[in-house]
Design a protein around this ligand. Structure first.
Ligand code: ATP
Ligand code: MG
Length: 128
């Protein structure tokens, strides 16, 4: 959560944040920190959008939280329109970014998470 808030401070819209990591490695938790750091919602209001793909937070800023866990085909990705979201000068946060088959549309912050134990995570941030 603290790392998410710190990362939020360096995000300038339009911004693409791609989160990579297996089940339960902390992607949604990091998004909670980023969203609360951006000041568009508090962390308790942020839940994983697994069933609808996208949660939108429109406030003084636009933030989209996308979860591709259930995405099945490239066609669904096209209808999702990530590029349209970015064109709105938004911050777009994508869980399960390994499911994106297309090259990133613009420079992205890539965050790789892995479990080191039940209560420990390794988090690597790659800036383009
Ligand atoms: N940095 C962290 N350190 C320790 N535990 C963490 C960390 N981040 C998340 N967790 C714990 O890991 C579990 C899974 O977290 P979370 O739901 O954020 O993962 P996720 O990667 O979004 O999962 P999913 O693959 O289901 O989307 C939760 O119990 C959470 O409290
Ligand atoms: Mg999640």
């Amino acid at each position: 959560m603290a790392l998410g808030r710190r990362l939020a401070a360096e995000l300038e819209a339009p911004a693409l944040v791609l989160l990579y990591g297996e089940l339960g490695t902390g992607k949604t938790t990091l998004v909670k920190g980023i969203v609360s750091g951006l000041g568009v919602a508090n962390e308790a209001e942020v839940t994983s959008p697994s069933f609808v793909f996208v949660h939108a937070y429109h406030n003084h800023r636009r933030v989209y939280h996308v979860d591709l866990y259930r995405i099945e085909q490239a066609a669904e990705l096209e209808t999702l329109g990530l590029d349209d979201l970015l064109a709105e000068q938004a911050v777009v946060l994508v869980e399960w970014a390994e499911r994106l088959r297309l090259p990133a549309l613009q420079p992205a912050l890539r965050i790789h998470l892995r479990a080191l134990g039940d209560e420990q995570r390794g988090i690597r941030v790659e800036r383009e």
